[in-house]
Design a protein. Structure first.
Length: 136
């Protein structure tokens, strides 16, 4: 086993405890407010948490993605049929759907090149959340 798979005693390391770096106090507040509206399973689901982190990070994303995300799931197919996204918003919303496990291919080079500083930070944090989940 490699070092990344076990520690020196042969035990698997515990899952890292990570707290996301929110863009603002209002981002954090809105994230946890919407998280509390989900079922207990969804509240601990990295897929739900990653999408929620993205959609609560920005007023335009919240307005456009919010109505399609609930305890009933993430209706991204309807969202993309009904909502017009442009530039970086189009890329990060498709990345959110991809992180949720829906059938969207995301070009990382295209994504990175189209995101402003805040959306790029949001995307990086969403990747971490999708991998490890949210701890408080």
């Amino acid at each position: 086993m490699s070092h990344s798979q076990s520690d020196h005693n042969g035990k698997r390391p515990e899952k890292p405890m990570l707290s996301p770096k929110f863009l603002s106090v209002s981002h954090r507040s809105l994230f946890f407010q919407r998280l509390n509206d989900l079922t207990s399973y969804q509240q601990t689901s990295p897929e739900y948490q990653a999408v929620l982190f993205i959609l609560t990070s920005d007023d335009e994303l919240y307005a456009k993605m919010g109505p399609y995300f609930s305890s009933d799931g993430f209706r991204s197919f309807d969202m993309f049929d009904e909502v017009d996204f442009s530039g970086g918003y189009a890329k990060i919303s498709r990345a959110a759907a991809d992180l949720f496990g829906q059938d969207y291919e995301t070009s990382l080079s295209g994504l990175v090149g189209s995101l402003d500083h805040n959306l790029f930070h949001t995307f990086l944090q969403a990747l971490i959340i999708r991998k490890y989940g949210v701890n408080g």
